[in-house]
Write a protein that binds this ligand. Structure first.
Ligand code: IMP
Ligand code: MG
Length: 339
């Protein structure tokens, strides 16, 4: 299983940070590459600490993993250096020479754009403006910044070489399938393709090199910003069901809706999912909280999961039952995916 991609199956905030953190500790990959940009917040809780990451891969929890940022990603230098310090990963973070760099003017421009802020509900981090400049070939990239000199590599080459040596590489996608610029609920989407193929392209690996595509679903659906959300709960319903969440980057309250099997089917197809990770099971089944073995889950929870699994014809291999990355049920061995 040399190259695996983790992506979001709904509208982002499915718990990719949690799943990637677990996979880092359990699978010990040689390289983990983050795509996307700083509008995405991935939360990792481990050993009584919490990190909210916007650009460093959530795989940082494994000290032996080389952490890379894809050519197709967009960074902001202050965010990058702050996170390198917070995660103590100086010396093992590498960035592609062609990774785009967001500048203050991009942030300014988006802040003053009522269409983005009001109609779309953008996070206003300058990502779309920088992406446009990239398309217009005006954007500066990592190689234009002296402070990045020591960290610059050819990420595509490093990843392909590592895969060819038989090592394990993970790509950490951002946001979710239905925020994809092409396959999402346009125009209520982000400024890039957030599907597995999109992230492979950002990194520079061909589709035939991909072994596993792990699509992450939360046990209910949330969405921040504008755009359709089928079956949306009222705020009162969200509170009574204990589903109140706030955005990692913006602090906005997330809208919520029940698990959506139709959206999940589409996400499985678009990403060609080989595995599913299901997070926050404990929000629906409180007795599942912090459980780490399949057999110890309440019967109703197991039945619910097996029903989704058979509808989606894809194994649910990882199940999140609590905040810490280690509160994860890993069924890959019993399902014959890992030895
Ligand atoms: P933008 O990509 O920041 O311009 O935001 C466009 C839309 O995508 C808005 O609805 C945002 O709330 C949403 N969005 C962008 N990034 C994320 C994310 O990481 N998680 C959830 N929603 C996001
Ligand atoms: Mg998030």
């Amino acid at each position: 299983m040399p190259l695996n991609i983790v992506v979001g199956g709904f509208f982002g905030d499915e718990g990719k940070g949690k799943i990637c953190g677990y996979l880092a500790v359990r699978d010990r990959p040689s390289i983990a590459v983050r795509g996307g940009s700083i509008n995405a917040g991935h939360t990792v809780v481990y050993e009584n600490r919490m990190w909210r990451l916007r650009i460093i891969p959530s795989f940082f929890v494994n000290r032996d993993t080389r952490l890379m940022i894809a050519a197709g990603a967009l960074v902001r230098l202050d965010v990058l250096f702050k996170e390198i310090e917070e995660t103590g990963s100086r010396g093992r973070v590498f960035i592609d020479y062609n990774t785009g760099v967001i500048e203050e003017r991009h942030v300014e421009e988006e802040r003053n754009d009522p269409y983005l802020s009001k109609t779309i509900g953008s996070t206003l981090q300058g990502v779309g403006a920088a992406a446009r400049d990239r398309v217009m070939r005006r954007l500066k990239t990592a190689k234009d910044f002296d402070v990045l000199k020591e960290m610059i590599v050819n990420v595509s080459e490093e990843v392909n070489k590592s895969i060819d040596r038989g090592e394990l590489v993970y790509i950490e996608g951002t946001q979710g399938t239905f925020l994809s610029l092409y396959h999402g609920t346009y125009p209520y989407v982000t400024s890039r393709d957030t599907t597995a193929s999109g992230f492979a392209s950002e990194v520079g690996v061909g589709p035939k090199k991909v072994d596993e595509v792990i699509v992450v679903f939360k046990s209910y659906v949330t969405r921040v910003g504008e755009g359709p959300l089928p079956g949306e709960y009222s705020v009162d319903e969200m509170i009574s069901r204990g589903l109140v969440e706030r955005g990692t980057v913006t602090g906005r309250m997330r809208r919520a809706a029940p698990f959506n099997i139709e959206l999940a089917k589409k996400a499985v197809t678009i990403n060609s999912a080989t595995q599913i990770a299901l997070t926050k099971l404990d929000a629906l089944f409180p007795e599942a909280r912090n459980v780490r073995e399949w057999s110890k889950l309440p019967y109703e929870a197991r039945r619910w999961i097996e029903e989704i699994e058979s509808t989606l014809k894809t194994p649910i291999t990882l199940i999140g039952t609590g905040d810490d990355i280690m509160y994860t049920i890993d069924r890959r061995i019993e399902l014959g995916i890992l030895r």
